[in-house]
Structure formats: structure tokens, C-alpha cells
Design a protein around this ligand. Structure first.
Ligand SMILES: Nc1ncnc2c1ncn2[C@@H]1O[C@H](COP(=O)(O)OP(=O)(O)O)[C@@H](O)[C@H]1O
Ligand SMILES: [Mg+2]
Length: 238
């Protein structure tokens, strides 16, 4: 059985597309990974991976305009991207789930990069998933959004929910500019999967360098997802 993970947040711009891409890439070092862009219109993941000459999306597969294999774009040896349509308002909430119902034999992991907010786009991504990673930065609005997204996901039957804190800085938390990790955990009541530091090199849709602090944090998260016992260490976060 493939592990099917939706990556969600209440608030936009907290790093869902960046971290789902980086995480998919890290998991694909050892596993067959399908990364599904569930945020119609923006095609952020196609941009991140430089696959802008995209022909088909999951909506075309659902409407039987093409096969899944025609819409899926190879990125690396084990990483495949399934692009989003330019507009998904007309597409059924079960579309993504439906087209991937037989894909367990092809992939070990399916990651669903959800749109921000708790609307129909999240419902479509959540329907396809059996667990969730909720991303928040350590700021009040983002944390509230994460708690709301987590509530929506558990209403939809996803009970395996984990928290990934992004853009963290110990220095800023000490100065009171960010919440502490404890406070974020207390507000969301979610189990912590990892903390990714603020990385100045990450501008405009870049992926973190594997050796950078953010890249190393993502690789530790991917090992935790694979069931390895990786201790939490904040010493590398400034
Ligand atoms: N750890 C990080 N450090 C610095 N910038 C980041 C980090 N993670 C994401 N970003 C930046 O934040 C912006 C929004 O990220 P994005 O992944 O598009 O968010 P979302 O998909 O949640 O809307 C992008 O410019 C991205 O480069
Ligand atoms: Mg995004």
C-alpha cells in the first residue's frame, strides 16, 4: 500500500509547495513517489521542477481525455509529478482519489500539495489521502489556520495528523517575534513531525539545497516519515 499524505495549511504562503516538493525529492532517493499538485491555477510545482510545458492534468485524466501515464511527468528516476489543471471548480471532489485508486502498485508515497484554506480544494486533496502534514509558521495567524485545517481534516476522517513548523528562527522566537515551538504545539495540539529553519536562500520557488539547514531538516523529516527514529535537534537552527 502506498502512503498517501496531504500537505495542508490554513494560511497561504507558509511553504506547502516548497516543502512538499523538497520532501517528495528526499523521499524519492529511496522510494517511488508521486507528487500531486492539488492547487489549480498556479501550477507552482511545475514551476519548481522546471516542467512548464505541461500538457495534461489530473482533471484531464478524470474526464478521460488522457491516461494517468500521459499526464504524469517524470522528474527524477523515482519522482513523478502530476500537474494541476488551470481551473478545477467544475471537477468532482473525488477526482484525485478516483484516478489514483489503482496506483498503489506503482508508488510507495503519494504527496498531495493542497491549496491554502479549508475549502473544496482541501477536501479534494484530503479525499485522496490517509494521513496529513499540516504546515505552519510560528506566527499567530498561521497557527490558527493550521488548527482550523487540522479540524477540517479530522472531520474528513483523517486521524493521522502531524505538524511541520516552517521558517523557524530561535533568535526571532527569543526576541518574541515568533511563537516558541512549545506554544505552536499547544495551540494546534498536533504531534510534531519536524522544524524547518528560515532559509534566506529560498526565494521565489527555489528548492532548499540538500546540504543547507532547511535541506537537512527536510531530509530528517523524510526519514521520520519512513519510520526511522530521528531525534529532534534544534542546535542547527539559529
Ligand atoms: N524555510 C523557508 N525559509 C525561507 N523562505 C521559505 C521557506 N519555506 C518557504 N519559503 C518561501 O515562502 C514563499 C511561499 O512558499 P510556498 O511554498 O509557495 O507556500 P504555499 O505553497 O504554502 O503558499 C516562497 O517564496 C518560498 O520560497
Ligand atoms: Mg502552494
Amino acid at each position: 500500500m502506498a502512503k498517501r499524505i496531504v500537505i495542508a495549511s490554513g494560511k497561504g504562503g507558509v511553504g506547502k509547495s516548497t516543502l512538499s516538493s523538497a520532501l517528495a525529492k528526499a523521499l524519492a532517493l529511496q522510494n517511488r513517489v508521486l507528487l500531486v499538485d492539488c492547487d489549480p491555477g498556479l501550477n507552482a510545482l511545475s514551476l519548481i521542477f522546471g516542467k512548464t510545458e505541461v500538457l495534461f492534468s489530473w482533471a484531464d485524466v478524470f474526464a478521460e481525455r488522457c491516461e494517468l501515464s500521459e499526464a504524469a511527468v517524470p522528474v527524477t528516476e523515482r519522482l513523478t509529478l502530476l500537474p494541476a489543471p488551470t481551473n478545477a471548480e467544475e471537477t468532482d471532489v473525488s477526482a484525485v482519489k478516483e484516478i489514483l485508486k489503482d496506483a498503489d502498485v506503482t508508488y510507495d508515497y503519494m504527496l498531495f500539495d493542497a491549496p491554502s484554506g479549508v475549502g473544496g480544494g482541501l477536501a479534494r486533496a484530503a479525499a485522496a489521502a490517509d494521513s496529513a502534514i499540516v504546515i505552519a509558521t510560528a506566527e499567530t495567524l498561521s497557527v490558527r489556520g493550521a488548527a482550523k485545517a487540522a479540524g477540517t481534516l479530522s472531520d474528513k476522517g483523517i486521524s493521522d495528523l502531524k505538524l511541520l513548523i516552517n521558517r523557524y528562527s530561535v533568535k526571532d522566537a527569543k526576541k518574541g517575534r515568533l511563537m516558541t515551538i512549545d506554544d505552536v504545539m499547544n495551540e494546534t495540539l498536533l504531534q510534531l513531525l519536524g522544524v524547518v529553519p528560515e532559509d534566506e536562500g529560498l526565494v521565489g520557488g527555489a528548492l532548499p539545497d540538500a546540504a543547507s539547514p532547511a535541506g537537512l531538516a527536510v531530509s530528517r523529516v523524510s526519514l521520520r516519515l519512513e519510520g526511522k527514529n530521528i531525534p529532534f535537534r534544534l542546535s542547527f537552527i539559529k
